[in-house]
Design a protein around this ligand. Structure first.
Ligand code: IPM
Ligand code: MG
Length: 354
């Protein structure tokens, strides 16, 4: 199991160090795990002048899976766009063909009060958002800023989805739904956008191959509303890149704890990049107060999706549940009466409960 480890920027180093402890524990229990480190994002720019340096590219192409912390930092905000950390992230997704982005929004019973919604609306919530990750307006050409004939400047981007792009991500979605509650909601803006009209047509076709799955379609504005009105109506949400970017942030906040949510980005052969849903949080970097659990849970997803080791995945998830039950909390999920711990102490506690 060759795992490329990319700590990235900000709190990335601290949280990835805790996840690495978990991987090392699995290794001492007998799994043949190899970890190799490289730079991504601002760290890549600082060390090698490129947010996705060739050395990193080589390493991730050879690896079976990638563990990523987070990228981004204030000091990079004024760099020309190709040098910004976010470009490193977009390029690695594209280069590895990671078209299927799984973002679960799961409410842990221990943390139900952390949500900004009423406990009865979110208790037991378990949604899987499947976001297409390598197409759409994120990568569409042409794009840019141009000057029109009348002399006015105009910014423009291109939204498009090809049939094969929609088909392959839809299949992943239905296969996930088959392993869950067999409910799939495809989200689009088919009342306005041609791209979305086409998306809906293809998803409807693919749905015929999964008659056991109850499929519905929803406009993205309604989906945004339904997510805060009655989120438990959803099981799997399938959507394009830009809508998925927005809806997955919204869904993560329903759980009250973005510091708890892992993600997986998969290619056609289940090679994957695993990272927490949250960002690099430069304001708290280096203070040993970040929550490492999303990154640790990303390792659980890696065991499940890339290595097919569902038992190991469950073991890691159970270890996380146990430290929560013991009352251990980092600052972002702290409640009165609980025991506040730092990032490294939380990592150690998970390793101990493993
Ligand atoms: C995400 C992030 C990225 C995205 C940014 C950092 C490029 O918001 O992973 O959701 O827009 O995809
Ligand atoms: Mg986002």
């Amino acid at each position: 199991m060759k795992i490329a480890v990319l700590p990235g920027d900000g709190i990335g180093t601290e949280i990835v160090a805790q996840a690495a402890k978990v991987l090392e524990t699995l290794r001492s229990d007998g799994l043949k795990i190899e970890l190799e480190y490289a730079h991504l994002g601002g760290a890549g720019y600082d060390a090698e002048g490129d947010p996705f340096p060739p050395t990193t590219e080589k390493l991730v192409l050879a690896a079976d899976a990638v563990l990523l912390g987070a990228v981004g930092g204030y000091q990079y905000d004024t760099l020309p766009r190709p040098m910004r950390p976010e470009q490193g992230l977009l390029r690695i997704r594209k280069r590895l063909g990671l078209f299927a982005n799984l973002r679960p929004a799961l409410v842990y019973p221990e943390l139900v009060n952390a949500s900004s919604l009423k406990p009865e609306l979110v208790s037991g919530l378990d949604i899987m958002i499947l976001r297409e990750l390598t197409g759409d307006i994120y990568f569409g050409q042409p794009r840019g800023i141009r000057t029109l004939e009348n002399g006015e400047r105009q910014g423009f981007d291109t939204m498009h989805y090809s049939e094969s792009e929609i088909r392959r991500v839809a299949h992943v979605g239905f296969q996930i739904a088959m392993k869950r509650n067999k409910k799939m909601c495809s989200v689009d803006k088919a009342n306005v956008l041609d791209t979305s009209m086409f998306w809906r047509e293809i998803v409807t076709e693919v749905a015929k191959e999964y008659p056991e799955v109850e499929t519905s379609h929803m406009y993205v504005d309604n989906a945004a509303m339904q997510l805060v009105r009655a989120p438990k109506q959803f099981d799997v949400i399938l959507t394009g890149n830009i809508f998925g970017d927005i809806l997955s942030d919204e869904a993560s906040m329903l759980t009250g704890s973005i510091g708890m949510l892992p993600s997986a980005s998969l290619d056609a052969n289940n090679k994957g990049l695993y990272e927490p849903c949250h960002g690099s949080a430069p304001d708290i970097a280096g203070k040993d107060i970040a929550n490492p659990l999303a990154t640790i849970l990303s390792v659980a997803m890696m065991m499940q999706y890339t290595f097919g080791l569902a038992d190991e995945a469950q073991r890691i998830e159970a270890a996380v549940r146990k430290v929560l039950q013991q009352g251990l909390r980092t600052g972002d999920i702290y409640e009165a009466g609980m025991q506040k711990v730092g990032c490294a102490a939380m990592g150690d506690a998970v390793v101990k409960s493993l």
